[in-house]
Design a protein around this ligand. Structure first.
Ligand code: UD1
Ligand code: CA
Length: 469
């Protein structure tokens, strides 16, 4: 066994009753990522890499699916009998690690550097248990850490909110719910935990007093930044964390040269990247793995998810982009909908009320008004008229439409797939195209117009005669 090999365990089996939600608490998202994923990412980023265990129980399957990650092993706590019991369930999994760091799946702001500091302090103190603590503005609801004396790192006990005496309620130092333990000592004493408290649970916090009574060293390490250990027990608290996290993301982008008007109105996920000199107007949402280049402008009310935009792209108001790719200098919207696998070429235009799905629009091509383009490949320099529809679905299967370079499709044409319009061809307005159009040809697929001279006058005369009769 390697000396001082740590394991990191993240407790995530609880239900989160206080949220009043059907979904497990650790699966609720802030900053675009589940609470638990934030903690896992912090653990994965701390160095050196340690083995990471996640204790799952309530909705275990959903939790494992949502955060499934190569670097993580799951341990099951089938009955949730408290945080102490969660750590009891880890006994086998962590037996080869000399020390164990315990984190909470519902405290998502923890930083890798703080995990490393906790580990180093724990080792330097030769402690059996090290408690990460903080002094937030409002300590209500948290367990309080009672030091042996205020200047000593040594701790006498942790007391949960419900068990605090009036005097103990004055203590401002809270338990973050994150700890380091010497594994062997922890498991030698963990079975002394009792569930004789307000919740009838095995509290991990009681290990402080138990280890003290056994003459083991229990110490506290206070964080520099109290917000880092904040937990979320209600939706309101979670939304506070969400706002704080998104504001931090907006600040980071602004520091990198992005202009964000009214950043408090924008919803930007943590993994989004935006190039300098790009402008985001109020009420823009940039979600998931979205990447935006330089000198772009994203106008208000557009929602862009898992999409890639090159430089100098203009997205006008109220567009929805989902898994789309937009090349340099293209213009989108207003009110355009780019659905998955839409690929918009350099300098191309997609105008108002145009929907694309699994469609490539070539360089410089334009679909400016009211079109549906699905399962379609369009070359460069094409003009897709107003109201053009690709009929890609026959009720059972999807079929492709192929359009070459420099094709003109007249307004209100219906292209019944599978069909191909070869390069340099024309489709007359209002055509219903069911057969391939060769290069250089004009396709007319509509009824010939009939003219009936004097028809209006004749009709009038007939009507008047009818009235008299
Ligand atoms: C816990 C601490 C409290 C501390 C606070 C910090 C205890 C008894 N109290 O209280 O001192 O101030 O965290 O946020 O530990 N969990 C399990 N299995 C269980 C129960 C809980 O895995 O049987 C998980 C939860 O999913 C959660 C974490 O452990 O991620 C903490 O549990 P929670 O019930 O939220 O503890 P708190 O009441 O917040
Ligand atoms: Ca909690």
């Amino acid at each position: 066994m390697k000396a001082n090999r740590f394991a990191i365990a993240i407790m995530a089996a609880g239900r989160g009753t206080r949220l009043k939600s059907k979904r497990a608490k650790v699966l609720h998202s802030i900053g675009g990522k589940p609470l638990l994923q934030h903690v896992i990412d912090a653990a994965l980023q701390s160095t050196p890499p340690e083995r990471i265990f996640v204790v799952v129980g309530h909705q275990a399957e959903e939790v494992e699916r949502a955060v499934g990650h190569a670097g993580v092993q799951f341990v099951h706590q089938t009955e949730q009998l408290g945080t102490g019991h969660a750590v009891q369930c880890l006994r086998q999994a962590v037996r080869q690690s000399s020390d164990l760091i315990v984190l909470s799946g519902d405290a998502p702001l923890i930083r890798p550097a703080t995990i490393e500091r906790l580990r180093d302090f724990h080792l330097a103190q030769h402690a059996a248990m090290t408690i990460l603590t903080a002094r937030p503005a409002n300590p209500f609801g948290y367990g309080r850490v009672l030091r042996k004396d205020p200047t000593s790192p040594e701790v006498a006990a942790i007391v949960e909110q419900k068990s605090l005496t009036p005097e103990q309620q004055q203590v401002g130092e809270i338990n973050s719910g994150m700890y380091a333990f010497r594994t062997e000592t922890l498991y030698r004493h963990i079975d002394s935990l009792q569930a004789n408290n307000a919740h009838g649970e095995y509290y991990l916090t009681d290990m402080a007093a138990i280890l003290r009574a056994a003459d083991e060293r229990v110490v506290a390490l206070e964080t520099d930044d109290a917000t880092e250990v904040l937990g979320a027990n209600t939706i309101a608290e979670m939304m506070q964390l969400d706002a704080a996290m998104r504001l931090a993301t907006a600040r980071r982008l602004m520091a990198e040269g992005v202009t964000i008007f009214r950043p408090e109105t924008c919803v930007i996920d943590g993994d989004v990247t935006v190039g300098p000199d790009t402008i985001l107007e109020p009420f823009v949402q940039l979600l998931g793995s979205t990447r935006i280049g330089e000198d772009c402008r994203i106008r208000s009310y557009s929602v862009i998810q898992n999409s890639t935009l090159a430089d100098r792209v203009l997205v006008r108001n109220s567009c929805v982009l989902d898994e789309a790719t937009v090349e340099e200098g293209a213009q989108i919207g207003p009110f355009a909908h780019l659905r998955p696998e839409s690929h918009i070429g350099r300098g191309a235009h997609v105008g108002n009320f145009v929907e694309t799905k699994k469609t490539r629009l070539g360089d410089g091509s334009k679909a400016n008004h009211l079109a549906y383009l699905g399962d379609t490949e369009i070359g460069s320099g094409c003009n897709i008229g107003a109201g053009v529809i690709t009929c890609n679905y026959d009720g059972t299967h999807k079929h492709p439409t192929k359009i070459g370079d420099s094709v003109f499709v007249g307004s209100n044409s219906t292209l019944v797939a599978p069909v191909a319009l070869e390069g340099n061809s024309y489709v007359a307005a209002a055509s219903c195209i069911t057969e391939n159009v060769p290069s250089g040809a004009l396709a007319l697929g509509r009824a010939r117009q009939a003219i009936k001279p004097g028809w209006v006058e004749k009709r009038k005369a007939t009507m008047q005669k009818k009235k008299k009769d």
